[in-house]
Design a protein. Structure first.
Lengths: 400, 400
């Protein structure tokens, strides 16, 4: 189990500490994602050095590879991956979306990537066959490794997460598509609620179970779901996708849900971690974030920069290192960053490694991006304590 | 320039120190290869931590990408790659082979990888068109990046290496194929000798120029070449390929050449670094080695193990981590290894990362393999000093 202590509060923002049997982490927190028991391109010393206090691994992926039974046999996830700090695992429900309707609809958790106006759901995406199908009892996956069929149920998700031995686990939910209509979303919500109760029945009492609030972009469904979860004995709460069709939709959802959730339990906004979102969601009372963005963008050449280097909402606080303007640039990625990469390497060198597809590039880029987001959240945390959150937000986003 | 001091000698074996303006390195030495100004999958802190004292970068590759002019403009190779220890660069001559006859013949520096008996050169390889063609004045390459034509001459090689600003440089040579006949090899040798004199004329006096002994597997040519080089004002000597058709051919070549080379200058066996070869060549008076083997084998799943873990000549002191017998193996790669990977991670975990194609695998595997070879050479160095070289050799190779 875990203990959550709020040490400072300002409006809806909270600064706190979550204690687990593998140590504690401060909130608000950004949790790097270690999909396959490994934060991509990084190792445990990197994570310690950048003061990462907790990571999140993916239940579905580890279930397939190397298998939760093997991990249990080898002493659990902490021992297997040689990481002795807190570990969070998700439920596998997100993959029901990303390999299901997300694949079919060609969208992410927020459907702001395509032009939607005037289009019917039937007209969008549909080029790709779903790899995950959902029914009232669970999810059937076509395994993306060998094409075999695997089945995930609430009970099974609890068993896998128990085998993994993570500190914080999530109840299996159906993460709906931003393009699902209200009727479907309401039906999915019933399923998520039923599954939440099953997870409460079956989960390993040595772990801390979080329930996930669903309901898509629909206010009444979100409120219903938040009330449902709030009434139950969860150690904390996830807010899951769909998060609507715009960033404003996402913020509205948080505004509906957060006031209903118990103050004394942590709130995790699943799968979100862009710079702008961190500010706006922490402001609205979110305590925990996880996102693959820092490592994924790093691999694609996008490196985070602060406002001092021209980072802003429009460029998403990123430069693309392949740009020829960096060819002779002897500056670090970000002059304000004190990570080991910025202290040692120039943009010109990183550009050379990137265009040459050197393995070292992936490590250095991932290191900087994860470090950058961790330090930003640390600054936000301190700003809340010092009463300067809105100054910091203005400095970064240009608005309050 | 450099200074070479022999501090201990036993039979033909020597223990020494090479001093450069970027610090010193102990010999015998294994030099990790940083082809494109980066030891693949590793960074500068890794190299420092594993006590690498010198690295070798490839002139031809850096000439193409990012270009020696750019590196010069950015302050030279040391500054560009943020490495302040000694750097060696090769001449580009090896690529005349690997992209030339090596490609056409389908062989490496030692042609022990194919069945040769009874075959004529014309019958071997020939499936692949050469990307490098050689004439008396230089080498014409088809650039493997964009297909453009580039030209390397002795003078140009000196200019590029001067722009790079490496501490030790090599004269441009023709690295012949093990399948070249004596007539061709003799002709190539004349070219190499003429080019050596041109390099002596044009090289940057701030750098230490090594001449390269060629002559293939032919005793009289090797002796002729060794005498030619020995008479000239080189700071040290490379022994280049072809090294014949077997490991015994390679050792014979060393036995012919080494006694002719001046005692007081270092000898570098180019491109060789297998465990067995390190023992046998150091025994014969070789001081310096460079090889991509540790990093290349690491990327392909082959990890070095000591005799205590069953490493031997037959398995080339390697395990293949993909093997299903490592699936549940909680041991480190090598119990006798004290590298950070062996101290933290199990074979089971590394196998999982390898089969999942995780980027972190490449780093951890490369780290272990380079560390392993560096520590082995350190042990050999100490054994020579302590008079226990042959005991160590027996322990590892099973013979003296």
């Amino acid at each position: 189990m875990i203990k959550f202590k709020i040490i400072h509060q300002h409006e809806r923002m909270r600064v706190g500490v979550v204690k687990t049997k593998h140590g504690k982490f401060k909130t608000p927190v950004f949790i790097p994602v270690a999909t396959l028991a490994c934060v991509r391109a990084l190792d445990k010393r990197d994570l310690d050095e950048m003061s990462a206090e907790v990571i999140l691994a993916n239940t579905y992926h580890l279930f397939l590879r190397p298998g939760d039974e093997l991990i249990k046999k080898l002493g659990g996830l902490h021992k297997f991956m040689s990481y002795d700090k807190p570990i969070v695992t998700d439920s596998g429900g997100f993959q029901a979306f990303s390999l299901g309707y997300g694949m079919e609809h060609g969208v992410g958790k927020i459907a702001d990537n395509i032009f939607l106006e005037g289009l019917k759901i039937e007209e969008i995406g549909k080029q790709r066959e779903k790899w995950a199908k959902i029914d009232d009892e669970g999810i059937t996956f076509k395994n993306h490794i060998d094409g075999g069929i695997v089945r995930l149920t609430p009970k099974k998700s609890m068993e896998i997460q128990s085998n993994l031995g993570s500190d914080i686990i999530f109840a299996l939910d159906e993460c709906t598509s931003p393009l699902s209509d209200k009727e479907y979303t309401a039906k999915a919500l019933e399923r998520t609620h039923k599954w939440a109760d099953e997870c409460l029945k079956y989960y390993d009492r040595k772990q801390a179970l979080f329930g996930v609030v669903q309901g898509g972009e629909y206010k009444d469904l979100r409120i219903k779901s938040a009330k449902f979860m709030a009434e139950r004995e969860f150690a904390g709460f996830g807010i899951g996708g769909s998060l609507g069709k715009s960033k404003q939709d996402m913020l509205n959802i948080i505004d509906w849900v957060v006031p209903i959730l118990p103050e004394e339990k942590p709130r995790h906004l699943l799968g979100i971690g862009a710079v702008e979102d961190l500010f706006n969601c922490i402001e609205r009372g979110i305590d925990m974030f996880d996102c693959v963005a820092p490592t994924r963008w790093a691999r694609r050449g996008h490196l985070y920069v602060s406002p001092a280097e021209g980072g802003n909402i429009k460029n998403k606080f990123r430069i693309h290192i392949q740009n020829s303007r960096f060819r002779e640039d002897e500056n670090p990625i970000d002059k304000e960053c004190d990570c080991f990469v910025c202290e040692n390497y120039s943009r010109a060198y990183l550009r050379h490694l990137y265009v040459s597809n050197e393995l070292t590039y992936f490590r250095l880029a991932s290191y900087h991006n994860v470090y950058f987001i961790l330090k930003l959240v640390e600054r936000i945390r301190n700003a809340i304590k010092e009463g300067s959150f809105f100054e910091l937000k203005k400095e970064w986003l240009g608005y309050v």
